[in-house]
Design a protein around this ligand. Structure first.
Ligand code: NAP
Length: 247
């Protein structure tokens, strides 16, 4: 059982938006952060520099979460280089939208969104979970969405993926609770990131009781709590961060 060593947190899609804010928050909490991303090296390096400027440390781990072989070889390489360290926190955050009404939905757009969310969750969680179970400690936090609770028109692929992620969260939480590994989902509403850049905030804010889009840091604050030891009796939950949007 590995209980010593340095404490690491792995954040998928940690290079931009919500993932970046989560990386910074977890670093402030004392974790060494593994910043996963798929393509944008400059943004990932930027997050690592920000962490180091704040006195923390971490590393980059580039892979596509939907690519099982890439996930397995990257994580195996990390483990080999860190025989005494353990990943105590996993934030499954990587994701994107490919919106379209269902009648015009292309197979590629359906599959890509389902794969990044659900295969991504499976690939990364399955490879990190055994160490958490053996060490009898772990925090898994899945970034779902309002879309996965309520369903949003134009997002049948994204709603199905995030709804599936919520169901997987609830199921896995029951598998791992006795081993003190908690599994929770966070469901953001509209958060100001690259992903929502093309949305009309002035129109959409009228629907949001708080009257504005959320900030990535407002999601990261909750993720930080769920990643902490203090959240030990919360598992299988879905917590919304949406400025009061009815779900
Ligand atoms: P974002 O600003 O577009 O950032 C997406 C991040 O995910 C980037 O770091 C990107 O890395 C990474 N990524 C994308 N595909 C990947 C893959 N296949 N493998 C590894 N990394 C990948 O998005 P965001 O708004 O922060 O969203 C983060 C999460 O929150 C997503 O799961 C999203 O569905 C969810 N969410 C967002 C909102 C919102 O309003 N923003 C609302 C609800 C839920 P590269 O740049 O290298 O590709």
């Amino acid at each position: 059982m590995k209980t010593g060593g340095r404490k690491y947190a792995l954040v998928t899609g940690g290079s931009r938006g919500i993932g970046r804010a989560v990386c910074l928050r977890l670093s402030e909490m004392g974790f060494r952060v593994i910043i996963n991303y798929r393509s944008n090296d400059a943004e990932a390096e930027n997050v690592l520099s920000m962490i180091r400027e704040n006195g923390g440390d971490g590393e980059l781990l580039k892979f596509d979460v939907a690519d099982k072989a890439a996930v397995e070889s990257s994580v195996a390489g990390w483990k080999e280089a860190h025989p005494d360290d353990c990943i105590r926190v996993l934030v499954n955050n990587a994701g994107f939208r490919r919106d379209s009404l269902l009648v015009w939905m292309e197979d590629n757009d359906w599959n890509a969104v389902i794969d990044v969310t659900l295969k991504g969750f499976l690939n990364v969680t399955r490879i990190l979970l055994p160490d958490m179970l053996v060490s009898r400690y772990g925090r898994i936090i899945n970034i779902a969405s309002l879309s996965g609770i309520k369903g949003l028109p134009g997002q049948t692929n994204y709603s199905a993926a995030k709804g599936g992620l919520i169901a997987a969260t609830k199921a896995l939480a029951q598998e791992t609770a006795k081993k003190k590994v908690t599994v929770n989902a966070v469901a953001p509403g509209f958060i100001a990131t690259d992903m929502t850049e093309d949305l009309d905030e002035n129109e959409l804010r009228k629907l949001i009781p708080a009257g504005r889009f959320g900030k990535p840091e407002e999601v990261a604050a909750l993720v930080g709590f769920l990643a902490s030891e203090e959240s030990s009796y919360i598992t299988g939950e879905v917590i919304s961060v949406n400025g009061g949007l009815y779900t």
